[in-house]
Design a protein around this ligand. Structure first.
Ligand code: FE
Length: 376
């Protein structure tokens, strides 16, 4: 969901290039997924993971080393909060309001996460034809619906409670246009950008729509806590497995006043919470911090669970997303919707997009139907 790239961009890239360096302390957890699993000898597929499935080439969602579901929650080590901050609302184009938290000066270099937008788009606005290369986007609809159309002929709509997992790989051009609701109400949702492992950057693009009815929903703490297991494992229940290529766990959690929950997470993964409603206390003991609406809460890597509770006297439920992902020990070089590992690769992406090659062949002469209302 980003800007159209015009032909003048190439002249400006030297100035505008944004480089995010991941040289610091990101621990390489790819040991959980031995590199021998990649077919690096296949020059056409650039290191596609060897799997039986012919349509999914990502890494396993649940690491082989994750045994927390066999352990009582009180045996885990809760993670401390590293930082918590309000996601400030800004306008992005006509009719779109966005609360961006990841991908701002407050939170960069947070692999594998590149960007998190909480968006609200009014009728008449939207995100017409634009390209992507090298990342995955995960879109979750909270209210309304979003139509989708791409240059490969894929079309569809994700409704309230649905998600779309899009692996851009070597290239996609698409439009994402929120529905024109008859009552004029805005379309609201979350979009998370996730980096792709270097060896999967140039894979074929892939979509996986996850419908609300496919998402297991469980209740714990005697019904005080409801967990939608969008991706990952909670209290012994698994989500659909083959979603994003980079393993990401996503839970939509609602806690009633007086309720509490401890969610185990894979060791060493980066984790954050985005708060949607109410006030929720995260962490335990003296580290416990109560956080209000529309905040991003980043957790330390140390520890293997996240604890959350809502005070008995609270007037409303607390609702938040808990997200964790495998950090990728690789350099990130991003220019808008192109996310690669070097500046040369970004230049190549721009050239490929402009000259309709190396994955962008189908962009030649293509224009989406749904995006036409926004163009010109
Ligand atoms: Fe997009």
């Amino acid at each position: 969901m980003k800007l159209l790239i015009s032909s003048s961009i190439i002249c400006a890239i030297a100035i505008l290039l944004y480089c995010g360096s991941f040289s610091s302390i990101v621990t390489s957890l790819l040991e959980q997924y031995p590199l021998t699993a990649y077919n690096t000898s296949n020059s056409t597929a650039q290191g596609v993971l060897l799997k039986k499935s012919t349509s999914f080439f990502g890494l396993p969602l649940i690491p082989a080393t994750f045994f927390a579901s066999d352990r009582p929650a009180n045996m885990t080590v809760p993670r401390a909060i590293k930082q918590a901050f309000l996601a400030i609302e800004q306008s992005e184009g006509a009719g779109a309001r966005v609360r961006r938290s990841i991908g701002t000066p407050k939170l960069r270099n947070f692999s594998p996460f590149l960007m998190l937008d909480h968006f609200s788009v009014s009728p008449g606005a939207g995100f017409p034809d634009h390209p992507h290369r090298g990342q995955e986007t995960i879109t979750y609809i909270l209210n309304g619906a979003v139509d989708h159309q791409d240059f490969a002929g894929n079309t569809g709509t994700i409704e309230k409670g649905d998600l779309q997992f899009m692996t851009a790989g070597r290239g996609i051009v698409h439009a994402e246009m929120p529905r024109q609701n008859s009552d004029g109400s805005a379309n609201v949702g979350m979009q998370l950008w996730v980096d792709l492992p270097e060896k999967l950057k140039m894979c074929e693009p892939r979509y996986r729509d996850l419908r609300a009815k496919e998402i297991p929903t469980i209740q714990v703490d005697e019904g005080n806590v409801t967990i939608k297991i969008i991706s990952g494992q909670s209290h012994g229940t698994d989500s659909v497995q083959e979603l994003a290529y980079t393993p990401v766990w996503i839970f939509d959690i609602t806690i009633k006043p007086g309720g509490k929950v401890t969610q185990p997470l894979p060791i060493g993964w980066n984790a954050f919470v985005y708060t949607l409603k109410g006030s929720t206390a995260f962490g335990v003991g003296k580290d416990q911090t109560t956080v209000g609406q529309y905040h991003n809460v980043v957790f330390e890597q140390k520890g293997d669970s996240v604890s959350a509770e809502v005070a008995k006297e609270a007037k409303e439920d607390g609702q938040f997303f808990l997200v964790a992902g495998l950090p990728l020990d690789q350099k990130v070089v991003q220019y808008g919707p192109f996310v690669l590992n070097s500046q040369d690769e970004v230049y190549q992406a721009m050239l490929d997009y402009q000259s309709h090659q190396n994955g962008f062949e189908r962009a030649k002469g293509w224009e989406s139907e749904i995006g036409k209302s926004m163009v010109h």
